[in-house]
Ligand binder design. Structure first.
Ligand code: MN
Ligand code: MN
Length: 324
């Protein structure tokens, strides 16, 4: 059971539109706070989109996601999980990037996640663009490569952009495999679709053993069958979960920089996360929500709803690990 200090403020005690917005109305506990030793899962903002190659904006994601997260209540209506009662969760605040320097931002972020890991905290991050996942993995997987379940329209496995720039939101997982942070044979990418210039990313995936599931295969086989395969690929070893909001059809998630039509609806977007039950999750992120393209706020609302589903899976996984 979790310490009541870490329970979210109830909408019956303070209206949900009132107060300073933290992720899911949890207490704000920075890494320097003595109470950090009691935190099991840390919700973290990564307000950085320095890897974006086309339409920017996800640097504004964490603030918008925090605002919409005040709509989240205590229990999961579909699965019955009540994450805040399982383990202590807190809002650790934002990792501070340097918007004028890409390499410095990567270093600041990997230093931050190294400290998160050293504190024994499992991070759930709100991006930010997808390059944010690379410094997170550098912090979490420096000892040994991890597996990964990746929801996205895109593989993000390209080698470089614009004459050799190797760090963009289209390259993070190529770098993570090269750096030994990911075991490519325990990586599965789900939802791949859209137009492309070439097949360099997919050729690389096949050459190293990354399992790539296109949206056509996803819909032909169905969610349960595809997710059973994903669970088998990662097995019981440590696994990271990364969720690009552009996995979802732009009818439901238009507020993102690189939308691709013909994707899952908002119900299916939640269902795939519920199918992660039993996976040994050591961290997760939700990236590429771009408030400047999210006129209704609906993309951020779906984004934080996906984060709540991820949190339910993570809280169950953490509490099971502690129970052993
Ligand atoms: Mn992506
Ligand atoms: Mn994408």
């Amino acid at each position: 059971m979790s310490d009541t200090f870490f329970h979210p403020v109830s909408g019956f005690d303070l209206p949900r539109f009132a107060g300073v917005a933290t992720f899911m109305r949890l207490p704000h506990v920075p890494l320097e706070d003595p109470r950090i030793k009691d935190v099991a899962i840390g919700l973290i903002g990564a307000p950085w989109d320095g890897g974006t190659t086309n339409r920017p904006g996800p640097r504004h994601g964490p603030r918008q996601l925090r605002d919409l997260s005040t709509m989240i209540r205590a229990g999961n209506g579909a699965t019955g999980v009540r994450p805040f009662e399982l383990v202590n969760c807190a809002d650790l605040g934002d990792v501070a990037p340097n918007p004028a320097d890409l390499m410095d931002s990567l270093n600041r972020m990997s230093d931050f996640y190294t400290r998160v890991k050293q504190a024994g905290i499992v991070p759930l991050t709100a991006g930010g663009d997808h390059l944010c996942s690379l410094p997170i993995l550098r912090g979490l997987a420096s000892d040994a490569p991890v597996g990964m379940i990746h929801f996205d329209s895109h593989t993000d496995l390209f080698d470089s952009y614009f004459n050799g720039s190797r760090f963009t939101h289209g390259t993070p997982f190529r770098r993570a495999i090269e750096e030994g942070l990911l075991d490519p044979k325990r990586v599965v990418q789900i939802g791949i679709r859209g137009t492309s210039y070439d097949t360099e990313d997919k050729d690389f995936a096949h050459s190293v053993g990354v399992r790539l599931i296109t949206i056509e295969e996803f819909f032909a086989r169905g969610i349960e069958d595809v997710m059973a395969e994903a669970r088998e690929i990662v097995g019981q070893a440590p696994t990271y979960v990364t969720y690009d909001i552009d996995f979802v059809d732009p009818a439901f998630a238009p507020g993102t920089g690189t939308p691709e039509v013909g994707g899952p609806n908002s119900f299916q977007a939640l269902q795939v996360v519920r199918e992660l039950a039993g996976v040994n999750v050591i961290g997760a992120d939700l990236v590429e929500v771009s408030p400047p393209f999210d006129a209704s706020g609906g993309t951020a609302w779906l984004g934080i709803s996906i984060m709540f589903e991820l949190l339910c899976i993570m809280a169950t996984a953490v509490s099971n690990r502690r129970g052993v």
